[in-house]
Design a protein around this ligand. Structure first.
Ligand SMILES: [Ca+2]
Ligand SMILES: [Ca+2]
Ligand SMILES: [Ca+2]
Ligand SMILES: [Ca+2]
Length: 353
């Protein structure tokens, strides 16, 4: 703070008027601003006005560095095993009274608390950070910008939306969690288009120039007053857990007909492949079933293939729709979808040679 003062005459009657006083402002005064405060003193001697006296004080507003990072939304990002470009979203807000750059890092952890009362159990891969270039709050591949820092984020609540985008490995089961932490670290604004150098806090006494004070709080993994702030979000796996059961049932034979039929040559039997998805699972879709017909059997083309049928008390119903195909001695069919706890079937018939 720079002080310049003039001693005032004390004779006579003093009338004080503060000139240039500012009302309280909601917005923070920009760092580096000089504030000059001038006082004037009018007085009389023997009833005659004397020469006005004045004094002024000039100070330089110092730089308060403050930043927050917050997860957008309040829930985990639900993902499928093998999903690519899975997105978690954050906002970075510059609460400083200066335009600053913010270095961005996305880190993972091994175990420990995630962001939503859960526990980290795997790592995502191919982690990248994007800025929401078109400011629509949604990650747009090819439009939003791959970044390592936010350039020239405006003073006094300048904000940017940042996406952490990652791939999800296969072979993960429902409920697995990968936590990610986004950290934004304030840096000098430098020039536009270039990341500024690290900020240095002014140690010791106030100086006449623009000092720097770190005023940020402690976030998820950073400390208070370190020019950084961090927040967690996480990915949670919702996987399908399919099991298949294959059964054969005798329908008829050429001697007994349908009563007490046996697996003798010429007998017709029915195969049922029942696919079940476990409770709590994601719905599985486009479930391709392929069943090569073994030697000794002839496919019953007259009966055909029934798909998306049901099972009652462990017994396959013949309620599926005609579909699927038989080619190269192989039965194939695609079940549209199997939701959690649901069972659907593919059913066909063959005769014993
Ligand atoms: Ca992890
Ligand atoms: Ca966008
Ligand atoms: Ca910059
Ligand atoms: Ca901090």
């Amino acid at each position: 703070m720079k002080l310049s003062k003039k001693l005032l005459s004390t004779a006579g009657v003093l009338t004080l008027a503060v000139l240039g006083a500012q009302p309280a402002l909601a917005a923070q005064t920009t760092a580096g601003t000089t504030i000059t405060n001038t006082v004037s003193v009018d007085f009389q001697v023997g009833g005659f006005s004397q020469t006005q006296q004045s004094a002024s004080d000039t100070l330089t507003v110092d730089r308060k560095v403050n930043v927050t990072v917050a997860e957008v939304g309040t829930t985990t990002t639900t993902v499928s095993p093998g999903q690519t470009a899975a997105v978690t979203t954050f906002t970075v807000t510059n609460l400083s009274n200066a335009v600053l750059d913010f270095a961005l890092t996305a880190t993972q952890q091994t175990g420990g608390a995630g962001a939503h009362s859960n526990t980290d159990s795997f790592d995502v891969t191919n982690v990248k950070i994007y800025k929401d270039a078109n400011a629509n709050g949604v990650y747009d591949a090819g439009t939003d910008t791959l970044v390592t820092y936010l350039d020239e984020l405006g003073a006094d609540t300048g904000t940017a939306t940042v996406f952490v985008v990652a791939d999800i490995p296969l072979s993960l089961t429902t409920g697995n969690v990968a936590a990610v932490t986004l950290t934004a670290t304030g840096r000098e604004g430098g020039t536009a288009g270039t990341q500024g150098i690290a900020l240095v806090q002014t140690t010791g006494a106030n100086t006449s120039g623009m000092d720097t004070v770190f005023a940020d709080a402690a976030g998820a993994t950073d400390a208070a007053r370190d020019a950084a702030f961090s927040a967690k979000d996480d990915y949670t796996i919702s996987a399908a857990a399919l099991t298949a059961v294959k059964t054969s049932t005798i329908i008829s034979d050429p001697v007994n007909g349908t009563t007490n039929a046996k697996f003798i040559p010429g007998a017709t039997l029915q195969y049922c492949i029942a696919v079940t998805n476990a409770a709590g699972s994601a719905t599985a879709t486009t479930i391709l079933i392929q069943d090569p017909l073994p030697a000794g059997l002839t496919y019953d083309a007259g009966y055909g293939i029934k798909i998306n049928g049901t099972v009652t008390s462990g017994v396959c119903n013949t309620d599926g729709a005609t579909g699927g195909s038989f080619a190269s001695n192989k039965v194939s069919g695609t079940l549209t979808s199997v939701a959690a706890t649901e069972t659907k079937t593919l059913l066909f018939r063959a005769t014993i040679n």
